[in-house]
Design a protein around this ligand. Structure first.
Ligand code: ATP
Ligand code: MG
Length: 557
């Protein structure tokens, strides 16, 4: 990330950190991004990543990447590796500060013993169902577990045997002894450890008990001396519990600050649902270019800088935030408009023959790679007697506001001549199959000498030089603003979210396009070679985004 780019802008968290630095509470700040390795990262995580790494960089502190890997059943190395790759791709560097909660299992176990010794934790042998009954509700206090008064010796012994693997899953748990009448349900003797005879992706079969997320998360922050534990709002109710642990254990106290999670229209963000879309094959994988995952966006061709820009633009606050997907798409357009080389490709081709141009002649014309950026250089495009234009750029009976090609009309070919349509050739079915045109050969890079005006400019591709490509035209995965509203979000999938267009003609220079590198196809949109689908002989280009926001218009709104 470039140094002038502040990743976070002004937000209330910055103000709080500033206060902690000015009061001398901390000299350096430490933040962290703490994913659970149970799925791929999505655009919501990007908000948390940009925030945590951004704050660390703004205040010259550091940001840890820590895997909160307390649930062996749902976690895998595949996810750990993908998450590391995604965070790096987004442009952030944790340096040597890569951590795993599972590395703290021994320390966490000792913390639990410490609570047992203080009489602040006990082994409870109620069934899950009984425990739910005893817990009470928001309006009724809970009841004390009959095991709550086990002696310290008994608890120490049972907990040791839980660790040793003597008991089957679900027979006992370790609970904190806090307050079964607390208004905050998180404080009603929460579970600290459960028995789970499961292999962990990092610790193997070493453990038969695993700490609950709530018991591990705050203490892991404390162990790493994280000064500011920034998390999403749903953890506000957990803060009193985290504070209780820290106080009872007498260890370093991070300051927890909550912010509102990102919700994006036309998108689902729950990992469970994303996994379901993959498993039930609604998409081709976690990296399907329609997925809101970072792997998906990367494959689609979204630049990391556009995602950072988006996270900065949406800001950080406390109120529930719904952001329109168009904001993200605009960030992608803005970034690509600056950086993407230009090229021409004809998506729905119509053949044109220039009757006044010599049969075998080929001209090598020069065009700018980027019209506003001469430093990006130029490219060669071939011109010949036969070329393709978009079907849409011709109208047999032009409407009033149509300034492109029509019978007897003139149009400018981008980077080349002005042509006039002399004849329309049709097949037996009456369909237009070819246009016969003539060029004003004095108009290459010049206006007509007689002063006549030609309004429209269209793109084209020389037929004998055309590179045949295929386009995967991606659109929004869901067709309604809030896919979660209603019975089943899967009913809201957009049936037109992927359209394959097989016979597209692109200018010859695109033969060198590298996978994942975005181009602007002039007047059409942004595209890049798909890194996965382009194994065959014909290059496959993903549509990254259209040139303008056309969603509302296409939906007839
Ligand atoms: P779950 O915990 O249900 O599996 P999660 O989305 O919370 O899902 P984590 O791996 O725990 O997944 O997320 C890591 C971090 O990213 C957390 O600190 C979380 O608060 C943050 N995060 C997750 N989703 C969003 C979101 N939509 N907006 C902002 N931050 C998010
Ligand atoms: Mg979480």
């Amino acid at each position: 990330m470039s140094s002038e780019e502040s990743s976070t802008g002004a937000n209330f968290i910055k103000t709080l950190i500033q206060e902690d630095l000015e009061s001398g509470k901390h000299k350096t700040i430490v933040t962290r991004f703490p994913p659970e390795p149970n799925g791929y990262l999505h655009i919501g995580h990007a908000k948390a990543i940009c925030l945590n790494f951004g704050l660390a960089s703004d205040f010259n502190g550091r940001c840890h990447l820590r895997f909160d890997d307390t649930n062996p059943i749902k976690e895998e190395d595949e996810y750990v590796n993908a998450i590391r790759e995604d965070v790096s791709w987004l442009g952030f560097d944790w340096g040597e500060h890569l951590y795993y909660t599972s590395s703290y299992f021994e320390q966490l176990y000792r913390y639990a013993l410490q609570l047992i010794e203080k009489g602040k934790a006990y082994v409870c042998s109620l069934t899950t169902e009984q425990m739910r009954e005893y817990r009470g509700t928001l309006t009724e206090p809970g009841r004390l577990s009959p095991y709550r008064d086990r002696t310290v010796e008994e608890n120490r012994d049972l907990f040791g045997r839980m660790r040793a693997g003597e008991f089957p899953d679900g027979t006992h748990v370790l609970r904190a002894k806090i307050d079964m009448a607390a208004g905050n349900l998180n404080l009603r003797d929460p579970i600290l450890y459960r028995i789970l005879h499961a292999s962990h992706h990092r610790t193997g079969d070493e453990w038969s008990i695993y700490p609950m997320y709530d018991f591990a998360h705050g203490q892991s922050d404390s162990i790493e001396a994280v000064t500011h534990s920034i998390c999403t709002l749903e953890f506000e109710d957990h803060r009193p519990l985290y504070d209780w642990f820290i106080r009872e254990l007498g260890i370093f106290a991070p300051r927890q600050i909550e912010f509102a999670r990102l919700n994006l229209s036309y998108t689902v963000m729950s990992k469970r649902k994303l996994l379901q879309l993959v498993q039930e094959k609604y998409v081709s994988g976690w990296d399907d270019p329609r997925m809101p995952t970072l792997v998906g966006m990367r494959r689609r061709g979204y630049p990391a800088a556009a995602i950072r820009k988006f996270c900065e633009r949406i800001g950080v606050g406390k109120g529930a935030s719904w952001i329109d997907l168009a904001v993200l798409e605009d960030c992608v357009r803005e970034e690509l408009n600056e950086t993407a080389p230009r090229a021409m490709a004809v998506i729905h081709p119509l053949k044109v023959v220039l009757t006044n141009y010599p049969q075998e002649q080929v001209e090598e014309l020069t065009a700018a790679v980027h019209p506003q950026k001469p430093e990006m250089g130029s490219r060669t495009i071939y011109f010949s007697r036969q070329f393709y234009i978009e079907r849409d750029d011709f109208m047999e009976e032009p409407s009033k506001k149509f300034f492109r090609l029509g019978p007897g009309r003139e149009v400018r070919l981008r980077n080349a001549y002005i042509i006039r349509c002399d004849e329309v050739v049709k097949n037996a079915a009456g369909e237009i199959i070819e246009l016969q045109c003539s060029a004003d050969l004095a108009t290459l890079g010049a206006n007509p000498t007689d002063g006549r005006k030609v309004k429209g400019t269209i793109h084209w591709v020389s037929a004998p030089h055309a590179l045949s490509i295929e386009i995967l035209q991606y659109d929004r995965l869901f067709s309604v603003e809030n896919p979660d509203k209603g019975e089943d979000y899967r009913q809201n999938l957009n049936p037109g979210s992927l359209q394959k267009i097989e016979n597209v003609y692109a200018e010859a220079s695109l033969v060198n396009a590298l996978p994942g590198v975005p181009y602007q196809f002039e007047r059409t949109g942004y595209f890049c070679v798909d890194p996965v689908d382009s194994c065959g002989s014909k290059p496959v280009f993903n549509r990254i985004v259209t040139l303008r926001d056309s969603w509302a218009k296409e939906q007839g709104k």
